[in-house]
Design a protein around this ligand. Structure first.
Ligand SMILES: NC(=O)c1ccc[n+]([C@@H]2O[C@H](COP(=O)([O-])OP(=O)(O)OC[C@H]3O[C@@H](n4cnc5c(N)ncnc54)[C@H](O)[C@@H]3O)[C@@H](O)[C@H]2O)c1
Length: 277
């Protein structure tokens, strides 16, 4: 049985998706009101296809609670904001969730961190917590990182169709977790190391941030010099190896505006690049 920890924007649809594809699953959240709303068969936000998915999951027996469950597989999907001053990841929610899991889980359990983290977070913050609890990683507790890629507004479709990355210390454990995601995910699921999975997630969103910034800077230059940025981009994109994005209002949400800081935190050269965007 899978216990998803954190039933927000990512944890809830993931829980519903797994439930409606035959996975025995219980969702846990500390927010009593949120759990009461879900138990009253009401969704907590709007997304295309979410109500239908919720109805399917309810039929399949999905459950919501404020209690952590005793089970063999946990998926942690709690917030990972950045520290206001250093802009480095604030891992306190993930650490708190892992500590609570360690307080009740049996030996042999697997903890999947789905929350976005900066490269090295699992080594720096999660492994010490596991070891301090007296568990041996790889023997008593398995760690996995399975970052999420969906775009708000089209998340149900993207949960079903996006490719995914699973980082694990142990290939066999990675493959076992892959089987759970593969119940609903029609994309390719790559199994790799935890460090690589952490890195790919923030590199992807940094790539997006840099390219969005480039298109927007181009728009500013063209406006200043009275040129048509859309025509220029259209012509440039006729080049076989150029694909400039369309200018827009900038990055939104809390992924692309935050995750690049998780990448540059320990790399000053990249930090300077990001500051100049
Ligand atoms: N929202 C997105 O579009 C998106 C996309 C990809 C990745 N992510 C990442 O997914 C993670 C979760 O983001 P989200 O948008 O779902 O956040 P969210 O704020 O919508 O939901 C997080 C939930 O976790 C609960 N929670 C916090 N601490 C808890 C604990 N110790 N035990 C149980 N529940 C706890 C909160 O009550 C909340 O309901 C973050 O790391 C985020 O960066 C988000």
């Amino acid at each position: 049985m899978v216990n998803v920890i954190g039933l927000g924007y990512i944890g809830l649809p993931t829980t519903l998706m797994m439930a409606s594809h035959g996975v025995e699953i219980i969702g846990t959240d500390l927010n009593k009101e949120l759990v009461a709303t879900l138990n009253a068969a009401k969704t907590t936000f709007k997304e295309v296809g979410l109500d239908e998915l919720f109805a399917d999951a309810l039929k399949a027996g999905v459950k919501f609670t404020t209690e952590y469950q005793v089970t063999d597989t946990y998926i942690v999907s709690v917030p990972t904001p950045y520290d206001k001053f250093s802009k480095k990841v604030d891992a306190k929610y993930v650490v708190a969730a892992v500590k609570q899991i360690l307080g009740i889980c049996p030996k042999g359990a697997t903890i999947v961190i789905e929350s976005t983290v900066s490269p090295g977070t699992i080594d720096k913050f999660i492994r010490p917590v596991v070891e301090e609890s007296g568990f041996k990683i790889g023997k008593d507790i398995n760690l996995v990182h399975a970052p999420e890629r969906i775009i708000p507004g089209n998340m149900v479709y993207e949960l079903l169709h996006n490719n995914r990355t699973i980082g694990a210390d142990d290939r066999e454990i990675g493959e076992k977790i892959k089987e759970i995601y593969a119940t609903f995910c029609q994309g390719e699921i790559v199994v790799t190391s935890i460090r690589t999975a952490e890195m790919t997630k923030v590199v992807e969103n940094t790539f997006r941030a840099v390219n969005i910034a480039f298109a927007n800077e181009l728009a500013k230059i063209c406006r200043h010099d009275d040129m048509d940025v859309y025509e220029i981009i259209k012509i440039c994109n006729m080049h076989p190896r150029v694909n400039i994005l369309q200018p827009g209002p900038g990055v939104g949400g809390h992924c692309i505006s935050v995750d690049p800081w998780f990448l540059v935190g320990d790399y000053p050269t990249l930090q300077r690049l990001l500051m100049s965007l």
